[in-house]
Write a protein that binds this ligand. Sequence first.
Ligand code: KG4
Ligand code: ZN
Length: 358
Amino acid sequence: MKILGIETSCDETSASIIECQDDKIKLLSNIISSQVKLHAKWGGVVPNLAAREHLKNIIPVLKMAIRKAGINPADLDLISVTNGPGLIPALLIGTNVAKTLSYAWEKPLIGIHHIEGHIAANFICENSKSETQNLKFPILCLVVSGGHTQLVLMNDYLKYEIVGQTLDDAAGEAFDKVARILDIGYPGGPNIAKQAIDFKTKSWESKISLPRPMINKNNFDFSFSGLKTAVLYETNKHPGFLGNKNYIAEMCHEFQQAVVDVLIAKTLKAAKKYKPKTIMLAGGVAANSELRKQLGEAIKKNTPGIEYQMPEIDFTGDNAAMIATAAYFRWKNMTSIQKKKNFSGWKNLDTDANLKLK
Ligand code: KG4
Ligand code: ZN
């Protein structure tokens, strides 16, 4: 079956077409138009600006996705769209386009939870072309994005149990806020990671010491807002630090390591309790090379026997291929009556800024 995915929940306009058979996912196209440069001057995503950009870009992105896939709309079997969580003005553009297409093309439509999409990114395996990842359940998934930091236990496809989450800022949000303090641009994650590499390759000795919030707490929750404040206090002790490149690189290195340490410690703690067969990463922060590397090493050392899975870098950030992939697993699990109902999905699909993963 061929599935169209649409994603507009934040600052990426994306459309993708995948072809699925017997759990094999073949990527036909995955077009992403990023608004990062537009929002950079505000230091974060401005919802109404994002909506205007989505409105401008969604049809060209869709056209490109269809052309690149080499299909006709008539070939599609299903349309899927992110309907939450996210920024409402942004979500409305994607859902409205998806509803219109579902009505006009007479195709079924389903709404997909954005985090379900991030998790599903692990089931796309573009390098080996049409193979789906054959992952063993139970899976413990560390979801780290700009809006979420969660430990999600999956006993099977579509079965999600949130066993821990951030009590305040998400990991990606902390990266973005710290980058703002250090004046190194938006989005903060890639910029901080780059500075941290500079620090490491120069083999400087780190003198800054930041806290590892909640690392020893006997639960699987996180808190990153205090870490951001610790960075602020630390920089306040060094007036004029903005002109000190070495200091900024050192701060980036220590901040990134503090986040990575907490994420790894909590994931291992949850793994000890829930005994998953696979630990996997998902979300925009899963692009962080130190997190990818150090989590892999920690699993090997502390919980041997548990497999480690990371999404390919191309599928870590927001993209529509992950939404279409999640839609495939949802569709596959539906009865024929439920499938039929989705032909009128355009009538009642709603957006929800705080949609819950279930
Ligand atoms: O999943 P995503 O693309 O959007 C949301 O669903 O929020 O995640 C975006 C977040 C941003 O906060 C960005 O700074 C962070 O992912 N990010 C990174 C890296 N690349 C993106 N954080 C750390 N290291 C990276 N290399
Ligand atoms: Zn995302």
